[in-house]
Ligand binder design. Sequence first.
Ligand code: ATP
Length: 302
Amino acid sequence: MEDAAVEVRDLVKRYGPVTAVDHLDLRCRRGEVTAVLGPNGAGKTSTIEICEGFRTSDSGSVRVLGLAPDDPGLKPRIGIMLQSGGVPQAARAGEWLKLVSRFHAHPLDPSALLDRLGLTDHARTPYRRLSGGQQQRLGLAAAVIGRPELVFLDEPTAGLDPQARHACWDMIRELRAAGVSVVLTTHHMDEAEKLSDHVVIIDRGRVVAEGSPAELTGAERQLRFRARPGLNLDEVLSALPPGSAAKESPAGHYIIEGQVDPSLLATVTAWCATEGVTTEDLSIERRTLEDVFLELTGRELR
Ligand SMILES: Nc1ncnc2c1ncn2[C@@H]1O[C@H](COP(=O)(O)OP(=O)(O)OP(=O)(O)O)[C@@H](O)[C@H]1O
């Protein structure tokens, strides 16, 4: 398994009666961005923090860059951005980053990094006085300053405004371009779709689906329209090619799935015309990761 940045097999983590991670397998390839998605309490942070060496597992095996998570040789090679920050409350942003840089053999320039993340004006501000978004950005800076081979980012854009979010995305793209492996957890589907090579969806401590964003959303497209509620979809389905699907969700919002081509479009609009149904907002769309997630778990991510 030479090329795995992270290799987790049959991982189990229990907190008393709660099984947070339930025989989970996870493989993150080197040089790729892997996004781990799941609803609250799915077991993402438990899994990632076991990989980072901050929590112990009950059973299973974990290899990070080929090493055990508690191997002292691993720390200088990985960067970690914790959900909880991990920065002393009184530490000033600039001084903290300089201190962190001294732990690394070939660090990035702290001032340039602060500038990059829009924190130059806050270099002398104690951590506790930074806004939530500024704290996040400082955490990201500390995770990448040592030029790591692998970066773990736990919800890196939570609470960021759109501008800071884009700065964070740019940084993740640059890391990837430089060959750095990135493992990130997120609640944002668009973030996972835009940034990642591989998406792993976990729910109740297990992997429920994985693949590239394109593999997960499939080539299938959807025809969506609005019309009066309660249309008999069995009728339109009987006129469509086998394998097509139709649903009304929520009331008055219709989705037809299958080979969405001009012929299918003609069939649906002709059927609507014979039924005296006026359609509104008719559009053809690709399935999103959010659609896939809802189908798999029946739950929203947020
Ligand atoms: N230290 C702990 N003690 C007891 N239970 C815990 C602890 N940490 C996590 N849990 C429980 O384990 C389950 C998984 O939590 P975890 O934080 O790993 O999920 P998550 O997917 O990261 O969730 P979120 O998206 O909310 O951060 C949850 O039911 C949580 O309440």
